[in-house]
Design a binder for this molecule. Sequence first.
Ligand code: ADP
Ligand code: MG
Length: 238
Amino acid sequence: MGSITLSKVSKSFGEAKVIPSIDLEIQDGEFVVFVGPSGCGKSTLLRLIAGLEDVSGGQILIDGKDVTQKAPAQRGLAMVFQSYALYPHMSVRNNIAFPLKMAKVDKSVIDKKVRDAAGILNLTDYLERRPSQLSGGQRQRVAIGRAIVREPSAFLFDEPLSNLDAALRGTMRLEISELHNQLKTTMIYVTHDQIEAMTMADKIVVLNRGNIEQVGSPLELYSRPRNLFVAGFIGSPR
Ligand code: ADP
Ligand code: MG
């Protein structure tokens, strides 16, 4: 569970063709990074997969099933937003439990899932705190916990670390990679940061103006960039 196929997916906003046509195969369990400069369409592509935007054309398959017309909640995916999307007035426990409460899951099941997620994320001792009483890294883990309890077939991250400082970004990078090793669930991770792409990805998708320039492992892109754009982007930190 967790393969995602995009077939001729396109998106326009009014006259602007932000994504002309994308074909992409993501295998179950892969850690895929969408990387590219600001404005190239990374977030739009992720939102199309999540169902937060409607495609203008093409199809999206999850585990072989066409979900193109399905609502976000019916796709079995979890979007991890930046930590500032937490509810400030709720405890960590209630922030993590929120999607399950909305889905009217039994309290005993919710309690167990929150306990398990907190264990994985080292938040067990912080469940009764408010987000304001946590560090930036802990807050980001709560945002991830809220996704974990839904047991999604894939996690979608949109620049989750961009509002953290450099040292914390390094730590969180490792934590998210470790989480992937533990859960072995498909993850799609959007970033404009080449270091995140090179260190976290099984597969990197390099985007430029809504088109895929190249797809490959970090080593492939580094050693055999298909063109100057990829070489420049992967080669030079900016
Ligand atoms: P990235 O995440 O790579 O920075 P985005 O996907 O956010 O890029 O944006 C890609 C392009 O689509 C940009 O030119 C942006 O202005 C445009 N865009 C994104 N969302 C909308 C929208 N809701 N309405 C109009 N234009 C949009
Ligand atoms: Mg974006």
